[in-house]
Design a binder for this molecule. Sequence first.
Ligand code: ZN
Ligand code: ZN
Length: 296
Amino acid sequence: MLKQNLHTHTSYDHGKDTVEEMIQAALDQGFTTLGFSGHGTNKPLAPTSMSSENQLAYKQAIREAKEKYKDQIDLFMGIEQDSMAPFEDDELDYKIGSVHYMCKDGRVEPVDDNPKLFEQIRDEMYDGSIEKMVTAYYQSVEDMMDFQNFDIVGHIDLISKFNENEEYFGFEEPWYLEAAFHAIQKGIDQGLIFEMNTGAVARGNRKTAYPSDALLQYMADHNAMLVVDTDCHDRKYLDCLMDESIERARKAGFRHLMRLSKDGFVPEPIENFQKEARVLNPKRPAGTGLKRPYLR
Ligand SMILES: [Zn+2]
Ligand SMILES: [Zn+2]
């Protein structure tokens, strides 16, 4: 069985654990692939990002761990690159591109910090219009796709972090779907990979992974490439809601998930990431739509 997580943070940025602790947790939990994605240096804007010195130490720790654990787990050196601080580094195995900030008229604010600030951004920067704010968010995602290099679109739905119960907008609102679908289609056309991201679940803000059902369905219907990540800041939650999210992706119609290998990203049948499917019905071919005995 394959078990992968490519979105993890360590104490080099604002995670709780060392590289070593995260690897031990991954081994304990049966992971076969683990990628580190510390917040790339983005000071002073992002206090939680790595300092330049920490980024060097982070890379060195992962380099050493790759050698030490090469027979036990596939380790990868990534970065979560904020759209405000792009950079190139040939040594990285992959990059996650994420929009965390709203920028307008010289003002820059994080969209995912707390509901009060979220409302201030809406009211003070976007004339009280949630539609304007959300649309601007997805425009920033598209700008990042147009002008920056990365492999995985990080939590494309981050703008909905405080919207679990549709406090700010409906998940079926036409203007929301139009903006989000447009950004998703651009990512698909550019060959980018999307992630289901359970980070807001571990933090208690959401009950399900990003993205919302309609966005996930659009991705499935348009053959988007997908990974399932937990955006882990605490090794206790390294596989938080992972099995449930993979099953949600399968139900939406995904037949493959992308696995990071030494040769880059390769598609793997989604069943290979699902313990039950392999144990109870290992020969079931992908995509036949057959009912699974274990679900009855
Ligand atoms: Zn992020
Ligand atoms: Zn993250």
